[in-house]
Write a protein that binds this ligand. Sequence first.
Ligand SMILES: O=C[C@H](O)COP(=O)(O)O
Length: 256
Amino acid sequence: MARKPMMAGNWKMNNTISEAVVLTQEISNHFEKDWGDSVDVVVCPPFVDLKPAKTVIDFDKMPIAVASQNVYFELKGAFTGETSVAMIREIGCAGSIVGHSERREYFGETNEDVNKKVKALVAADLYAIVCVGESLAVRESGEMIDFVCAQVRAAFAGVSVEDATTCVVAYEPIWAIGTGRTATPEQAEEVCAAIRATLAEMYGEEAAEAMRVLYGGSMNPGNVEALLAMPNIDGGLIGGAALKAASFIQLVEACL
Ligand SMILES: O=C[C@H](O)COP(=O)(O)O
């Protein structure tokens, strides 16, 4: 089955509102090819930048979705500092990243939290971009497939096939994030294929074939084509290379 590629830019904690407006406008200005319906392009700015970025995209009628980098699983109430699915939905977000390794490492996000966030998102008709990935120690122990597939099972525990198929999985080996040390296409493919096999165990072959598995970790215009050539890599979750309009557009166009 031909899956529609997705190229998602995770801006992490970069760009004030004014900077976000400039970057979004630059992405819009660099837009030359009509990517139409052949790739899903997503930008994931910090919370405060979501509305300004969405406003620029809507004004320019750009085929770009906006997603948040995180969301809380409770619907509302006394959860100081958190942001609900209703809040991001009203801004016009299509979904949210969940379980990014930086949130797992620095903010103590657990597999159980990730699962609750996936459930909160799909219940609000939003999708989750579920991040999984092993540390260097796990990679060197050779246990990365078991580790990552356990993260996938935990993230989707109790999620229906209908809801799961709206979601995306992003394989991001922690040792490749922001380090310039990209996984080789073969290393990335091995784990992405195992992720799809896990999804097939949970949801059946047809659903697993329909779900997108992205790679993230120092993806850039120089290595994107070799990674996208792998049969189980359906796009990218991009950090550093998404912070410049020209390189982000190059990554999008590599999907065409
Ligand atoms: O969410 C994005 C990833 O953490 C990849 O970041 P990076 O492209 O800067 O390595």
